[in-house]
Design a protein around this ligand. Structure first.
Ligand SMILES: CC(C)(COP(=O)(O)OP(=O)(O)OC[C@H]1O[C@@H](n2cnc3c(N)ncnc32)[C@H](O)[C@@H]1OP(=O)(O)O)[C@@H](O)C(=O)NCCC(=O)NCCS
Length: 188
């Protein structure tokens, strides 16, 4: 993997862009709406995500998301994009209290882009940035047992399967286990 290239990302006034291979992780833009509706609206995407990721993904939901992203501080959610348009999303939920210094990572890609290694490359680049930008020591990801592709993305990115929360998820009427993966900040 080529080393990602970072541009400025120190304040919400600056535009974050992290270039990896032929792709980018960058701040959301108002003009992302059409691609967001098209790709986030696929049921194959939402079925693997928490219910707060809406389905159907309405025009209002897309506008509201981009409005929130324009004001998000600190900026923790980003588009995965080609040079010209959005193809997915990646983000972090920073933990606090005794879990300070750790965060949960989440990601999705539009279905036409699956199976090309993009999520793995994006996650690797994003984790490197997140560890140093937020001073984190640990990242974790929660995967439904129905989602082996995401488990594979995490394993290819160095995450370890740490636990199985039995019957922790109820998604679209199906009760299932949640798999917890963890990655510690590399030392040295
Ligand atoms: C999960 C997701 C991000 C993967 O994106 P992607 O760009 O296709 O991932 P990659 O190409 O980097 O890697 C996918 C890996 O999973 C494997 N895979 C795909 N389907 C699989 C399946 N049903 N069982 C086992 N492995 C599978 C692929 O073979 C590949 O592994 P390999 O490189 O060893 O062959 C994408 O499918 C997605 O957005 N899904 C919906 C949202 C989602 O699940 N988000 C994550 C929530 S935890």
């Amino acid at each position: 993997m080529t080393q990602p290239w970072y541009s400025t990302c120190d304040s919400r006034m600056a535009f974050m862009e992290l270039v990896f291979e032929d792709w980018r992780i960058r701040s959301y833009r108002p003009e992302d709406l059409a691609a967001l509706l098209r790709y986030a609206g696929e049921r194959a995407v939402s079925v693997q995500l928490r219910d707060r990721f809406p389905y159907p993904y309405t025009h209002e939901a897309g506008e509201e998301w981009l409005r929130r992203m324009a004001e998000q501080q600190p900026e923790t959610d980003f588009a995965i994009a080609t040079g010209s348009h959005l193809i997915g999303g990646i983000g972090l939920e920073l933990r606090d209290d005794v879990e300070r210094g750790s965060a949960e990572v989440g990601y999705w890609l539009g279905q036409p882009f699956w199976g090309r290694g993009i999520a793995t490359a994006a996650l690797q680049a994003f984790c490197g940035w997140a560890f140093s930008h937020f001073g984190l020591v640990r990242l974790q990801a929660c995967v439904f047992e129905s989602n082996p592709a995401s488990g594979r993305v995490l394993e290819k990115s160095g995450f370890r399967l740490e636990g199985r929360l039995r019957q922790a998820v109820l998604k679209e009427g199906r009760r299932m286990d949640m798999l917890v993966y963890g990655l510690l900040k590399p030392t040295g």
